[in-house]
Design a protein around this ligand. Structure first.
Ligand code: XIL
Length: 405
């Protein structure tokens, strides 16, 4: 993100600086006036070109609309026969597309926000819950025999967003911050898991324990108060509350190799050596600034399974503008989606593949700067009109050939 903002703001700053120089040169009637003026023109042209390249709305050909409608079994039907989950994140239970696509195409859902700690609380007040929105999504799914992934119990990162601000205040004023945090964590995990007991059988216990700024664990309130022990503790509490629930650690990786990845594997090894009840790794898989290297992804998942852990792709999406250079961007996006999904679907330790949204009509990218200014994002499996995009048919085939009926 920081890199991206730099790429977009630095040229503007250059134009601004040169403009100031030009004005000063004009006032002083300096002999550099012409140089300054040419610089402003060149830089402004570059800025305009960048604007058109990144921000001007684009319209790519939708050749895939020539295909006939899907015939035969649906994704969800084949997935179910293979003991596999094809999932989508759901924002709102009253979204009409929800009922159209679940359970026909998706046999798993993840509430996009509704089961996050902050969202479950009334006005961010610790301990005061309102489960209405989450229940609406989950009850519908369960009544249709669709699995629900709970997302997520412990998430540091952004105060007031990923956890209630009140937590900072409570820890800052506590006599014994470590035991205060342990107790608050225990209370929340117990409240959420007990409320959804029997309905949510898979939880992302800890979300994004890695830092976005460097190859280390995220220096959030949990880490600062309890050290990495907070991760182990969260899993132990979750297992105590309901030993039948599958417990995942969930993370987004820009690259599947490098120092940060080593820190992540050290964490997994440590959790295993401490006999922490962890069952799987959730790999978010958002393609935000670039697509992922697939060979590195394959090696990465092999290392996960070597630890005796399951894995799932939990939040897949890939912005269409990443495929801008291709003759048929929707086809190129499908190639990427399919080859990424192959690495999961062909692996018996991969239990599910979840898209971060039902269709291109609603994706978080349309709300997050700078992507909201860069339409279209179109990062999902179904288009704006819930028409299956080309990856649909190829993922169907992949599922059909998955072993494990
Ligand atoms: C995002 C949601 O999609 C947005 O609606 C919300 O405003 C912010 O969170 N990693 C995660 C998800 O684990 O919970 C995030 O979801 C996307 C990144």
């Amino acid at each position: 993100m920081i890199k991206y903002l730099l790429i977009t703001t630095i040229p503007s700053l250059f134009v601004l600086a040169s403009l100031v120089w030009l004005i000063v040169a004009l006032i002083r009637r300096s002999r550099f006036r012409k140089v300054a003026a040419s610089l402003v023109v060149v830089e402004a042209l570059i800025l305009i070109a960048l604007y058109f390249h990144w921000f001007y709305p684009k319209d790519y050909p939708r050749n895939y609309l020539d295909y006939g409608p899907p015939a035969g079994l649906t994704l969800a039907e084949i997935a179910a026969a293979k003991n596999f989950y094809i999932g989508a994140a759901i924002g709102n239970a009253s979204d009409p597309r929800y009922g159209d696509l679940v359970p026909s195409e998706f046999n798993s859902v993840t509430p996009e926000n509704a089961t996050k700690w902050r969202q479950l609380l009334v006005n961010g007040k610790i301990g005061e819950y309102d489960f209405t929105q989450a229940d609406a999504i989950i009850d519908y799914a369960v009544s249709k025999g669709v699995r629900v992934r709970g997302h997520t119990l412990v998430w540091g990162k952004f105060s007031g967003k990923t956890y209630p601000k009140e937590l900072d205040e409570r820890i800052a004023s506590a006599e014994d911050p470590a035991s205060e945090l342990r107790q608050i964590m225990r209370d929340h995990i117990t409240a959420a898991m007990t409320h959804f007991k029997g309905r949510i059988k898979t939880w992302d216990v800890v979300n994004e324990p890695m830092s976005m700024d460097g190859p280390y664990l995220d220096k959030n309130i949990y880490l600062n108060t309890l050290g990495k022990e907070y991760i182990a503790e969260a899993f132990r509490i979750a297992h105590e509350v309901d030993p039948s629930v599958q417990l995942f650690i969930n993370e987004q990786f820009g690259n599947y190799t490098g120092e940060g990845v080593e820190v992540f594997f050290d964490l997994l090894k440590w959790l295993k050596s401490e006999n922490v009840p962890i069952h799987g790794v959730g790999i978010q898989a958002h393609a935000i600034f670039k697509t992922h290297n697939l060979d590195e992804f394959r090696q990465f998942v092999n290392r996960v399974t070597e630890q005796g852990l399951l894995f799932e792709v939990t939040e897949f999406d890939a912005r269409i503008r990443l495929f801008d250079a291709a003759e048929d961007p929707y086809q190129a996006q499908a190639d990427y989606m399919t080859e990424y999904a192959r690495i999961c679907i062909e692996n018996p330790s991969c239990t599910g593949f979840t898209f971060w949204g039902l269709s291109d009509a609603r994706t978080w990218f349309d709300f997050v700067p700078p992507f909201k200014w860069m339409p279209p994002n179109d990062p999902l499996l179904f288009d704006l009109n819930s028409h299956p995009k080309p990856a649909y048919f190829r993922i169907l085939e992949l599922l059909e050939s998955r072993k494990g009926e």
